[in-house]
Design a protein around this ligand. Structure first.
Ligand SMILES: Cc1ncc(COP(=O)(O)O)c(C=O)c1O
Length: 387
């Protein structure tokens, strides 16, 4: 038996670092986890309560419709009304096994093998790896800090013919938000050029200035992907959703039925609980801690020698250049974990070309742990970044 050529994709370095960090912890070390994008806070109490009640009443929890529980789809439509003032037909909402399944459904239903989909780097690595596994052609746009690491109509025009564009706002790793003008310009360009937009809005709700507009405020001709993982701190529940044009519902349903049958029933019930007012209030309550952490990192990193720090309008990451600290982010991140017990992610996850010079720090932790992380990073830099 030999592995297929299409399974030959790069690892997710953040998860490799996570594995090493867990091994260090198992050996008795205290590790500050700034590598994975996983909030340290538990799921909302209302989500947990809903599941407990459901299990007490019906422990079968069988398959659901491939599109998801109607009550959850309605509750998600309510979120768009509250956040964006949009009336979305719940019939256009598809519940997925995390946003990760949403990408697979979107790429499979929208494109055929060989078609061209653009992504601006630095970007979340699964985008390009899923495209590659599915036989689609990645058109890599090298975005600069000047455009907030986001694509622009000018960059798209240079990229040649495209069938699709994946955008993320707030973005991972840069944290930058496409404001109304920037998003509107991209939507207009793509409409004119016949390019389908897939918008990853998983970090919506997590912004430190103006709220991130949804692409749905500009057009219904886009596929929006979102999840309970980040804002609602429900990573392991593996529950997310998509909003799609009406004519895409049936093709996606057919794919979802065959690939997954349905999303996890219990997690769907948890999702309904998370969207109750109490759940949303609990999710919102973490913003104060994230804001404190963001401010502490943005203040400390330049003085330690990090450069080209992305603005971090939203999400819970800081993406920074290593300046003169190290020529290789893998060496820097490995040394920092080994000597100081701080796990971070080398930029190569997000930018296979320029990522040797950058790293990402996740700050979805308590302010005490992030302050300790900063103290240890300072000690590592002051020791001359030993390998
Ligand atoms: C930008 C982005 N999109 C999608 C995902 C995947 O999230 P989910 O847990 O919903 O599959 C992540 C996870 O880190 C992410 O950062």
């Amino acid at each position: 038996m030999t592995p297929s050529k299409r399974s030959d994709i790069p690892p997710f370095y953040a998860l490799d670092v996570f594995k090493e960090a867990l091994a260090a912890e198992a050996a008795g070390r205290d590790v500050i986890h700034m590598e994975v994008g996983e909030p340290a806070f538990g799921a909302p109490a209302s989500a947990r309560r809903r599941i407990a009640e459901a299990l007490a009443g019906d422990s079968t929890l069988g398959y659901t419709s491939g599109l998801g529980l109607p009550a959850l789809r309605e509750a998600i439509a309510g979120l768009y009304q509250r956040r964006h003032g949009l009336v979305i037909d719940p019939g256009r909402i598809i519940v997925t096994t995390g946003s990760s399944a949403g990408f697979q459904l979107a790429f499979l239903s929208l494109f055929d093998a060989g078609q061209r989909v653009a992504i601006a780097d630095p970007s979340y690595p699964a985008y390009r790896n899923i495209l590659s596994v599915l036989g689609l052609r990645l058109v890599r746009i090298e975005a600069e800090l000047e455009s907030r690491y986001q694509p622009t109509p000018a960059l798209l025009a240079e990229a040649g013919p495209l069938e699709g564009l994946l955008i993320a706002s707030p973005a991972n790793p840069a944290g930058t938000v496409l404001d109304r003008a920037a998003l509107g310009a991209l939507v207009e360009h793509c409409a004119g050029a016949g390019v389908t937009i897939i918008a990853d809005e998983i970090y919506h709700g997590l912004t430190y200035g103006p709220a991130a507009p949804s692409v749905l405020e500009f057009t219904d001709e886009a596929v929006v992907i979102n999840s309970f993982s980040k804002y609602f701190t429900m990573t392991g529940w593996r529950i997310g959703w998509m909003v799609v044009p009406e004519r895409m519902v049936r093709p996606m349903e057919r794919l979802a039925q065959n690939l997954y049958i349905s999303a996890n029933h219990a997690s769907q019930i948890g999702g309904i609980g998370a969207l109750e007012p109490e759940g949303e209030a609990e999710a919102a309550s973490h913003m104060q801690e994230y804001a404190t952490n963001r401010q502490a990192l943005m203040a400390a990193l330049p003085a330690l020698g990090f450069s080209d720090i992305a603005p971090c309008d939203g999400g819970f990451y800081v993406y920074a250049g290593l300046g003169g600290l190290s020529a290789d982010s893998r060496v820097f991140c490995a040394g920092l974990l080994r000597h100081e017990g701080v796990a971070t992610t080398p930029g190569l996850d997000f930018d296979p070309v320029r990522g040797t010079g950058t790293l990402r720090l996740s700050f979805a932790q308590s302010p005490e742990r992030i302050a300790e992380g900063i103290r240890r990073i300072r000690a590592y830099v002051e020791a001359g970044c030993p390998v």
